[in-house]
Design a protein around this ligand. Structure first.
Ligand code: ADP
Ligand code: MG
Length: 240
């Protein structure tokens, strides 16, 4: 579904992603961990081409991102992204936030878009908030709306960039539950998170990044119980 082959990315002189090789299969849940500034967000943003790579090859759902002739519109439609700060449109109702892209980008009729939106609002557990505005919701509810909005485009891949980092502790669980359910339904997911419990329980693989490199890649049990690399050991020891 996603394949990085010797991918490098620079921000000007700064070498932010170094020789990345990573293959993610359909239905896999990969959790990306690592210190702040290690390149986790940049890695995610390359997948939906919010950032372009400098060299190497990156293929996502059969689309070659390194190929200048590629049409990226369909790619974006196939990838949903959820950010730390929800990024809902504050002046639009929950329903309008969710139906906007399906109508404008997906070419779906309004009535059908509303049905789809309600389906996903049910799924994230807050159908009664359809008419509310983002400011009337808790952080956890806003993030669940953001997930429903991503799902409404029926993506093949969902990317999550620290989706619970801006939430009060009591709201983290409700968002992780929604993500867990999505994982169990077979969604291909790449999740940057500091929630190690989620990584242990839900991830098929953990990818540890440091200074722009993938330093270690392992099943969660192996990564958490028996990290191989010094930098991974140090990172994990600091979490305790
Ligand atoms: P992480 O998500 O792991 O914290 P990021 O991918 O956000 O890391 O950033 C990796 C490095 O790239 C950081 O040193 C950051 O300052 C730098 N960086 C991120 N975005 C930009 C940008 N648009 N221009 C220049 N440097 C950037
Ligand atoms: Mg980040």
């Amino acid at each position: 579904m996603i394949e990085f082959r010797n991918v490098n990315k620079h921000y000007g002189q700064f070498h932010v992603l170094k020789q990345i090789n990573l293959t993610i299969r359909q239905g896999e849940v990969v959790v990306v961990v690592g210190p702040s500034g290690s390149g986790k967000s940049t890695l995610l943003r390359c997948i939906n081409r919010l950032e372009t790579i400098t060299d190497g090859e990156l293929t996502v759902h059969g689309v070659e991102l390194h190929n200048k002739k590629t049409n990226f519109n369909e790619l974006r439609r196939n990838i949903g992204m959820v950010f730390q700060h929800f990024n809902l449109y504050p002046h639009m109702s929950v329903l309008d936030n969710i139906t906007l892209a399906p109508i404008k980008v997906g070419g779906v009729q309004k009535q059908e878009a509303v049905q789809i939106a309600m389906y996903y609002l049910e799924k994230v557990g807050i159908p009664e908030k359809a008419g509310a505005y983002p400011s009337e919701l808790s952080g956890g509810q806003q993030q669940r709306v953001a997930i429903a909005r991503g799902l409404a485009m029926k993506p093949k891949i969902m990317l999550f960039d620290e989706p619970t980092s801006a939430l009060d502790p009591e709201m983290i669980g409700e968002v992780l539950e929604v993500m867990k359910a999505l994982a169990h339904e077979g969604m291909t997911m790449v999740v940057v998170t500091h929630e190690m419990g989620f990584a242990r329980e839900v991830a098929d693989r953990v990818v540890f990044m440091d200074q722009g490199q993938i330093v270690e890649e392992a099943a969660p049990v192996e990564f958490f119980n028996n990290p191989q690399e010094e930098r991974a050991k140090l990172f994990l020891s600091r979490l305790l």
